[in-house]
Design a protein around this ligand. Structure first.
Ligand code: PBG
Length: 326
C-alpha cells in the first residue's frame, strides 16, 4: 500500500492544533490606531468613504484613546484638520493648534499607557494640500519644508508626543527633526520614519478624511510603485539620520517591500494599512461579498507575516476587542 510520507494536514485537524502550531499571532499591543481630529467640530463627523471612521471632536478623541488603552492597543497616531489653512501651513506651529492641542489632550487622558504618535507633515495644514511649501514654479521645496518640519516636530514634542511620524517624504527630514529634538532637549522623543512611502491611489479616502485641497499628485516626493531597490536606500538613509523605527506604506500592495525591509532593518518595522485598503474591505463586506471579520483578520495577519512588527490600521480597536475575546 502506498501512503504519503508526510501529512501536513495532521497539524490542521482541530482548532486547538492549528492554534498551537500557528507561526504568527496577532496581539493588540502590535496595533496602532490612526485617528483624525478636526478643529471646531461639535459632533463627530463620519467619513463617507471610510464607514466606521470619523473626524473626532476633542471629547470623542479622548474616549477613543481611553478605549484603546482598555483594549490593550499599542499606540495611536494623530492627524489634525485645522480650521484655517495657508500656503505655509503655519497652523501646524501654533502650540494651541488642533494637532498640538490634541496631543496634549490625549496625553492627559492616557498618560504613558498608550504610545502617542503624531503626524509631522504639512498636507493637512496647507491650502494647496501638498506635504511641503511650494517654490515659484509650484515645485515642493525640499529644504524650505525641512525648516518647518523641524519647528513642527519641536512643537509636537513640547505637546507631549512620545513618537513623531514624519510622513512627507522630504529628503533629510529625519535628520533635521532628530537634530531639532536634541537641541530642544527632547532626547527621548522617538521618530518613526515613513521610510518607504509610495505614491498610491489607495490614499483616496484619506483625502476626504482630512478635507484635502490637493490638486494633482505627490509623485515628485513619494516613491514610484515600480521600485523595490529604492526602498532599501530610503530605509538606510532614515536609519543613518537617526530613525528609531521605520515604516512601509501602503501595506497590502507592498508586502514584498515589507519583507525586504524586515530582513535588513535593525529597528522595529511598521506597516500602514491605509484608508483605501480599509475602504475596499469595508465596501466588499458591506455588499455581503466577503466575511468582514475574517477578511480584516486575514489582512492584518498577512501584513504581520510579511514582516511588520506593528501595524497601523483603522480597525485597531475593533480587532483588539476580537483578539481579547478569542
Ligand atoms: C500625509 C499622509 C497621508 C496618509 C498619511 N499621512 C496622505 C498622503 O500621503 O497622501 C495616508 C493615510 C491613509 O491613506 O490612510 N500626511
Amino acid at each position: 500500500m502506498s501512503f504519503p510520507n508526510h501529512r501536513p494536514r495532521r497539524l490542521r485537524t482541530t482548532p486547538a492544533m492549528r492554534r498551537l502550531t500557528a507561526e504568527n499571532r496577532l496581539a493588540p499591543a502590535d496595533l496602532i490606531l490612526p485617528a483624525f481630529i478636526r478643529e471646531g467640530l461639535s459632533e463627530p463627523n463620519p467619513i463617507a468613504s471610510m464607514p466606521g471612521v470619523v473626524q473626532h471632536t476633542t471629547e470623542t478623541l479622548k474616549r477613543a484613546a481611553s478605549e484603546a488603552v482598555e483594549l490593550g492597543v499599542g499606540g495611536i497616531m494623530l492627524f489634525g484638520i485645522p480650521a484655517k489653512r495657508d500656503a505655509e501651513g503655519t497652523a501646524s506651529l501654533d502650540p494651541d493648534g488642533v494637532l498640538n492641542k490634541a496631543i496634549r489632550d490625549v496625553r492627559a487622558e492616557v498618560g504613558d499607557d498608550l504610545v502617542v504618535m503624531s503626524d509631522v507633515c504639512l498636507d493637512e495644514f496647507t491650502d494647496h494640500g501638498h506635504c511641503g511649501v511650494l517654490d515659484a514654479n509650484g515645485y515642493v521645496d525640499n529644504d524650505a519644508t525641512l525648516d518647518i518640519y523641524a519647528r513642527m516636530a519641536v512643537a509636537q514634542a513640547d505637546a507631549g508626543a512620545h513618537v513623531l511620524g514624519p510622513s512627507g517624504m522630504m529628503d533629510g527630514q529625519v535628520g533635521v527633526i532628530r537634530q531639532a529634538l536634541e537641541d530642544a532637549g527632547h532626547v527621548n522623543t522617538a521618530v518613526i520614519a515613513y521610510a518607504a512611502k509610495y505614491a498610491s491611489a489607495f490614499y483616496g479616502p484619506f483625502r476626504e478624511a482630512v478635507d484635502s485641497q490637493l490638486k494633482g499628485d505627490r509623485r515628485t516626493y513619494q516613491m514610484d510603485a515600480a521600485n523595490r531597490r529604492e526602498a532599501i536606500q530610503e530605509v538606510e538613509l532614515d536609519l543613518a539620520e537617526g530613525a528609531d523605527m521605520v515604516m512601509v506604506k501602503p501595506a497590502m500592495s507592498y508586502l514584498d517591500i515589507l519583507r525586504d525591509v524586515a530582513e535588513m532593518s535593525p529597528v522595529p518595522v511598521a506597516a500602514y494599512q491605509i484608508s483605501g485598503e480599509y475602504a475596499m474591505i469595508e465596501a466588499a463586506a458591506g455588499n455581503g461579498w466577503i466575511d468582514r471579520r475574517a477578511a480584516i483578520t486575514e489582512s492584518v495577519l498577512g501584513i504581520r507575516r510579511a514582516g511588520a512588527n506593528m501595524v497601523l490600521t483603522y480597525w485597531a480597536s475593533e480587532l483588539a476587542g476580537w483578539l481579547k475575546d478569542a
